[in-house]
Design a protein around this ligand. Structure first.
Ligand SMILES: NC(=O)c1ccc[n+]([C@@H]2O[C@H](COP(=O)([O-])OP(=O)(O)OC[C@H]3O[C@@H](n4cnc5c(N)ncnc54)[C@H](O)[C@@H]3O)[C@@H](O)[C@H]2O)c1
Ligand SMILES: O=c1ccn([C@@H]2O[C@H](COP(=O)(O)OP(=O)(O)O[C@H]3O[C@H](CO)[C@@H](O)[C@H](O)[C@H]3O)[C@@H](O)[C@H]2O)c(=O)[nH]1
Length: 455
């Protein structure tokens, strides 16, 4: 099939590349000239494992193209995917301006073009959009006199950054929201190569498809805030969340996934989508109390590492040198959107702490924000040189088994704050470190949490 993907970010680029990989003829469009120039040269504007090889191969074999010319791209396409950003407004709702500007541009490009003889062109909304947006897009096309040229379908994306190709190629399910079954059949054919026999292709209304996406992220965010709250209670009561997690995870009704405590969830999706669910509820007079709590717990959790550091040093932080390992919001990505590391960096800089940071992929993005206010270490060992403490914020695989003898030798102080529980408290004690994890039952004299401002 001939496909245009508009918006060549994490989702659009992965979608376009994977669809080219399954034999389609794909053109990816973006209005960011620099991004498209990088892609045309066979390089990537983002880091996503395995993506570069796939992009280069499909480009070489002539199935994958990049352009800023939306008009030319959509005129040739049978399927037009919209994968532009839907960032939060100041009120927490989804900002749909990029989506509607693309809808208008597509309508403009197709005006005067005849409908394809066999099947209709389909405008597939992959961006995460509030319930009712697909209907609003159909109404807009009607208004522009283009409704006969385009069918609208919702097809939310569930990929995770860092595992995006695997998630796209082997999805747990594909969800499509359509008004007419014929439209779903075109998408079923498109996705057939990725759906092994046991992976469902779920057809529903556009409203239900839009809601499914938010409900999935809301559930996952809830699990994380739940375990973070339990971990904080473990810290106060002397229980170990590591054992508790195993104790509950074996109950098949609960399971193990997305129950790792940490410094709060980040990324471009959970914080924004929980906010959008709250905003949708507000708009229709249905208060989303659980989501409000999930969000508040997460805001507070993003302060947990700073609170532990501050409690350990009894508030005397000025002049300390602290090493931070991990800046991206999760491993295997260079994305720092809503990353817990940024909240910690802000708080420590405010206290005049010297920071030596290291991340395998995200350093350039943090440097763009902080310039020379931080020391960007060449590797994890360079980061801990002369440091009073080491903080693990992101659980990159390369941080899991470091040379602790060397670290001890390089550091000035011997304190580790492990925001991801990647080390064993007993082992750390054996190496001579004072060790704080999240919920490992090693209480610190933290001030009561009622006193903290959840925002
Ligand atoms: N990042 C994820 O893991 C993920 C997963 C599932 C769903 N989503 C959803 O997918 C959507 C895209 O997310 P993302 O992370 O890929 O965003 P992104 O910011 O990485 O990419 C969006 C791209 O759209 C481009 N763009 C914006 N306006 C445009 C226009 N008018 N014409 C052409 N290009 C335009 C931007 O330049 C950018 O390259 C969002 O709605 C998000 O919620 C994201
Ligand atoms: O047990 C866990 C799991 C995750 N996280 C944190 O949660 C955040 C999000 O992680 P993850 O979900 O792995 O990454 P995303 O790329 O944000 O993916 C989420 O958001 C996407 C955008 O909507 C969806 O498509 C995915 O299904 C959904 O997992 C990160 O800060 C993680 O550190 C935890 O703290 N504990």
């Amino acid at each position: 099939m001939r496909i245009a993907v508009i918006g060549t970010g994490y989702v659009g680029l992965v979608t376009g590349t994977c669809l080219a990989e399954s034999g389609n003829d794909v053109v990816c469009v973006d209005n960011n000239v620099q991004k498209i120039a990088i892609l045309q040269e066979g390089r990537l504007p983002i880091y996503e494992p395995g993506l570069l090889e796939l992009v280069q191969r499909n480009q070489r074999e002539g199935r994958l193209h990049f352009t800023t010319d939306l008009s030319a791209a959509v005129q040739e396409a049978q399927l037009i995917f919209v994968a532009v950003g839907t960032p939060p407004t100041p009120e927490g709702a989804a900002d749909l301006s990029a989506v509607f500007s693309v809808v208008d541009a597509v309508a403009q490009a197709l005006r005067g073009v005849s409908p394809p003889p066999t099947s209709p062109r389909i405008l597939v909304i992959k961006s995460t959009v509030p319930v009712g947006t697909n209907a609003r897009i159909s109404a807009r096309l009607q208004e522009l006199g283009c409704a006969h040229l385009l069918e609208v379908a919702s097809n939310p994306e569930f990929l995770k950054e860092g595992a995006a190709i695997e998630d796209f190629m082997k999805p747990d399910r594909v969800v499509v929201g359509v008004r007419r079954p014929e439209v779903a059949e075109v998408l079923r054919e498109l996705y057939a190569p990725f759906l092994r026999t046991d992976r469902p292709f779920l057809v529903m209304s556009p409203e239900s498809a839009e809601m499914t996406k938010y409900a999935a992220n809301a559930m996952l965010a809830t699990k994380i805030s739940f375990i973070n709250e339990m971990a904080n209670l473990c810290d106060r009561l002397g229980a170990d969340i590591h054992d508790v997690r195993r104790g509950i995870g074996h109950d098949q009704r609960i399971g193990f996934q997305f129950l790792f405590p940490g410094p709060g969830y980040g990324g471009s999706c959970f914080p924004k989508d929980v906010g959008a669910v709250i905003a949708m509820g507000r708009q229709v007079g249905c208060p989303m109390r659980l989501m409000e709590a999930v969000d508040a717990v997460n805001h507070a959790q993003k302060q947990i590492l700073f609170r532990k550091i501050s409690a350990h040093y009894r508030g005397q932080l000025a002049g300390l040198t602290i090493a931070i390992w991990g800046l991206s919001f999760k491993p295997r990505t260079d994305d720092i959107r809503e990353a817990p590391s940024l909240v910690l960096i802000e708080a420590l800089l405010r206290e005049q702490v010297h920071l030596r940071v290291h991340d395998p992929e995200a350093m350039h993005n943090v440097r763009a924000l902080y310039g020379d206010r931080l020391y960007y270490a060449r590797n994890p060992y360079d980061a801990v040189q002369g440091a009073d403490a080491l903080v693990i914020v992101t659980e990159w695989a390369e941080f899991r088994h470091p040379d602790f003898a060397l670290i001890r030798q390089l550091m000035k102080g011997h304190v580790i704050f492990d925001g991801r529980n990647i080390y064993e408290p007993r082992q750390m004690a054996n190496w001579g470190f004072t060790y704080y994890g999240i919920g490992r039952g090693l209480p610190l004299d933290l001030p009561p949490s009622e006193s903290e401002d959840p925002k």
